[in-house]
Design a protein around this ligand. Structure first.
Ligand code: ZN
Ligand code: ZN
Length: 341
């Protein structure tokens, strides 16, 4: 089969790999949808040309086609429609046992990250315990989104404990920010979306944002205060990973409010006293979601009939990998997905 691998320096290769066979605790999935995530850009852009080549793609969704000999019927059956919680840990430490295998004390294997093969291929092997059922009424594309970007949006909103009578400010309206806006509005909050791109501000309004702010035009902290009776947002989720946005995110959080960072990389500068301590602000770092959180997100989307597919603006065949990542690299569009089978 063919699989997409990143070579560094914005180069990638569609390379021939052997079809995977399941080791005793694994299953093999036929991949129906494999999402592209902003995190992929770190591997795509890095300067180092690795010698090991793993298949990229950490938003896997597909159908179980083969079982390892020790996989039990309660774990998986051939024909199951599944997502993958894309971190395989030791299974024994407290974090693995609570479904947070990305925090594994032994260090997790992250599928599609340069540690384990991912889903940008026709088939993928995954540990049976990483599978999360995909509800019948959800598409494979929706399942792929929930497997990282959109699931992270849900995880962040649960982490900050968003309530329906609160104001939520979302910095950045890329795919994760857009899902945060969409879910926040669906949870009943008053949502303010902050984004420099006019196309993405328009998408945010379509997804339920009650107000949009262009931070190149106005001071977003002042603009949020104007929209919140001078107080600031109860809950803030920062998805852009940009230093100015992060500082504004903290400053635009109201007294007793919570500000959550979900993008890695970069730095944050703020005045500890006036921006944080003397306003009783809570700062939270949040990494994706637990395995149970992923299942909860899928049920939420199913119960509310939320149109997650519409975060995808581009569908690709594996053979279009080069074009697909050149487009993602510009960070102007909605989300892309590979449909390998
Ligand atoms: Zn562990
Ligand atoms: Zn991701």
């Amino acid at each position: 089969m063919l699989g997409i691998t990143f070579l560094g320096n914005r180069e990638l290769e569609l390379r021939e790999f052997a079809d995977p066979t399941p080791s005793p605790r694994d299953v093999v999935l036929e991949i129906k949808a494999s999402g592209m995530c902003g995190t992929d850009l770190h591997a795509y852009r890095r300067e180092f040309k690795g010698t090991e080549h793993f298949i990229a793609g950490h938003e896997p969704c597909g159908v179980v086609v083969a079982l390892g000999e020790h996989v039990t019927e309660s774990e998986a059956k051939v024909g199951d429609r599944v997502m993958v919680h894309h971190y395989d840990g030791c299974g024994n430490c407290r974090h693995c046992k609570s479904g947070w295998s990305q925090l594994c004390d032994e260090g997790p294997t992250v599928y599609g990250s340069g540690q384990g093969h991912g889903a940008h291929a026709r088939y993928m092997a995954a540990a049976a315990h990483t599978l999360v059922p995909l509800p019948e009424d959800l598409s494979f594309m929706t399942g792929a989104a929930i497997s990282c970007g959109t699931g992270t949006a849900y995880g962040a909103l649960k982490r900050v404990g968003l309530e329906g009578d609160e104001t939520l400010a979302v910095y950045g309206q890329g795919p994760v920010g857009l899902s945060t806006t969409q879910f926040g509005a669906e949870m009943g909050a008053h949502v303010i979306a902050i984004e420099t791109s006019p196309e993405r501000r328009e998408l945010a309004l379509e997804k339920g944002a009650h107000a949009v702010i262009d931070p190149t035009d106005v001071d977003p902290v002042e603009a949020i205060k104007e929209l919140t009776h001078g107080e600031g947002a109860h809950k803030v989720v920062e998805t852009a990973g940009v230093s100015q946005a992060r500082t504004a995110a903290v400053k635009g959080t109201r007294k007793w409010g919570t500000c959550c960072f979900i993008a890695g990389g970069g730095e944050l500068t703020f005045m500890v006293g006036p921006d944080l301590v003397f306003r009783q602000v809570t700062l939270v770092g949040h990494w994706t979601f637990s395995k149970n959180g992923q299942a909860d997100c899928a049920r939420f989307v199913s119960d509310r009939k939320i149109d997650v597919d519409s975060v995808f603006t581009h569908q690709f065949k594996l053979e279009q990998a080069d074009e697909a990542y050149k487009l993602l690299d510009q960070q102007k569009t909605g989300k892309g997905v590979f449909l390998p089978s």
